[in-house]
Design a protein around this ligand. Structure first.
Ligand SMILES: [Zn+2]
Length: 469
């Protein structure tokens, strides 16, 4: 590289949502922002995941915006392949990422075992990209940095994390870079939370920005208001109470589970609903909720939540929510009759304990399956959401007698209006790079920005490099 130039290049989440990896080069040093996993069809994603377009050992510092796998999931491979750089993140992000990376390693090992067994006759095998030891190796490089505390990841760059309002610990990264042309401020949003949130403080747009690198997941859509969710959930609980049924909620372990538990806690606290038993049946969700509880005075939470946590003392219901880790505890739920709420993973019903709860209850009229998150095309969750009446679980056909409802209000991402407002306030002087969005969402946001008079809007492609001057 030419040492006199300051450059940014995009190595993932460029024209797609997953695989965030953005590389800043300045003063002969390399700073990597996020190292996320590409998700999608196995063969496409696998090739992209296993190839780094820069030598991992050449990276001098890594900054992690938050703990979702599409942002941290390739850190174990980066370190396995020779990176030895310090890995900067907020304490919340570091703690959660350690859990997510270990889980990702276990999933890959399980997948590989299964695939190799099924394809043994053809002598086809796959290898996991990394194992739990590699995940631990990456985790050993974490350096905790609090919000608002400047640090120097590489010479000539002062970095500061600010709350991004997306998940616990998530940060907006502000970099003040000494370039040959003078000091330039580059801000990377990571994933940005929405204006209306349940748990987290709304992210504040930064000031005096030269370059903005911003996500565009919902660049073409707006969300439904959040207030509707609590009312709908209360109706569902009252009905299940009357009918003696189970409410089964497929939920992502991080953030969504804690949001649902918090809403239930508030409804019980206000005596809006009866004292229905609640089971969180997912070892990862249990570990993550413990981290939420530990950090419940953290700066990234919003003031309303902090006040509630103070008055209630137990916002995640550790007193009465049954947090289940073991398989045996999970299985006892099969023999218990309702009413009850079971929150379990995976969020799109593609695997995990949720499948057992569905299998045991889907043919009962008094069961409610409550969808609270995005369901991708082709998943079991999506088929249920679309109203299919006959579905297969573990290869066996089931008639769907359960009621299937969706709460549309939940999302941990800024929507189109939020993104536009954020960019207009940040008012980047030299360039705005749109990342982390499907082509249609990103194009819609780009058009809206141009219409609003924002100049130098760029939609970088995979591997594309830009000089910052
Ligand atoms: Zn995220």
């Amino acid at each position: 590289m030419n040492d006199n130039k300051t450059k940014i290049s995009f190595h993932g989440a460029a024209g797609e949502v997953t695989g965030s990896r953005h590389l800043l080069e300045t003063g002969g040093k390399r700073l990597l922002m996020d190292c996320g996993m590409f998700q999608g069809h196995r063969s496409d994603a696998d090739a992209k995941n296993r190839t780094f377009r820069f030598p991992p050992a050449s990276v001098d510092a890594v900054l992690l915006s938050h703990a979702h796998v599409d942002h941290c999931g390739l850190l174990p491979l980066l370190y396995k392949k020779g990176c030895a750089a310090p890995l900067y993140a907020t304490p919340g992000t570091a703690e959660i990422a350690a859990i997510m990376m270990a889980d990702s390693a276990r999933l890959q090992e399980g997948d590989a075992q299964f695939y190799n067994k099924v394809h043994a006759a053809q002598h086809l095998t796959i290898e996991p990209m990394y194992d739990e030891e590699d995940a631990k190796l990456a985790g050993d490089h974490f350096q905790h940095v609090e919000y608002g505390a400047p640090f120097t990841p590489i010479p000539g760059v002062s970095a500061t994390f600010f709350n991004a309002g997306h998940v616990l610990g998530s940060s907006i990264t502000q970099l003040d870079i000494d370039t040959p042309g003078g000091r330039r401020r580059l801000v990377y949003t990571g994933d940005l939370g929405r204006e209306e949130t349940l748990l987290l403080e709304t992210p504040a747009p930064p000031k005096d920005v030269d370059y903005l690198v911003i996500e565009s997941t919902y660049g073409d859509r707006n969300h439904e208001p959040l207030v509707d969710a609590a009312g709908k959930l209360a109706d569902t609980i009252r009905r299940a109470w009357k009918e003696g049924g189970k409410i089964i909620i497929p939920s992502f372990a991080l953030e969504r589970t804690q949001e649902i538990v918090l809403i239930i806690d508030k409804l019980r606290h206000d005596k809006t609903v009866p004292e229905i038993p609640v089971y969180v049946d997912s070892p990862m969700a249990v570990s993550l909720t413990e981290i939420f509880n530990k950090h419940k005075e953290d700066l990234c939470f919003d003031t309303e939540f902090l006040a509630y946590a103070k008055s209630d003392g137990d916002p995640f219901g550790f007193d009465y929510v049954h947090y289940l880790r073991s398989k045996e505890e999970s299985q006892t739920l099969n023999n218990k009759s309702g009413p009850m709420i079971i929150i379990s993973a995976s969020g799109m019903c593609e695997g995990g304990r949720i499948l057992h709860h569905l299998r045991n209850n889907i043919e009962k009229e008094n069961t409610t399956i409550l969808i609270v998150g995005y369901q991708a095309q082709g998943t079991l969750g999506r088929r249920l959401q679309d109203g299919e009446k006959k579905i297969k679980i573990f290869g066996l056909q089931h008639d769907v007698w359960a009621r299937v409802d969706t709460l549309h209000s939940f999302s941990s991402h800024a929507d189109k209006n939020d993104l536009l407002a954020f960019i207009k306030t940040a008012d980047p002087k030299r360039g705005t790079f749109l990342v982390h969005g499907d082509p249609a969402a990103r194009a819609a946001l780009s058009a809206a920005l141009v219409a609003a008079g924002i100049k130098n809007v760029k939609c970088p492609m995979m591997g594309e490099e830009f000089e910052l001057n």
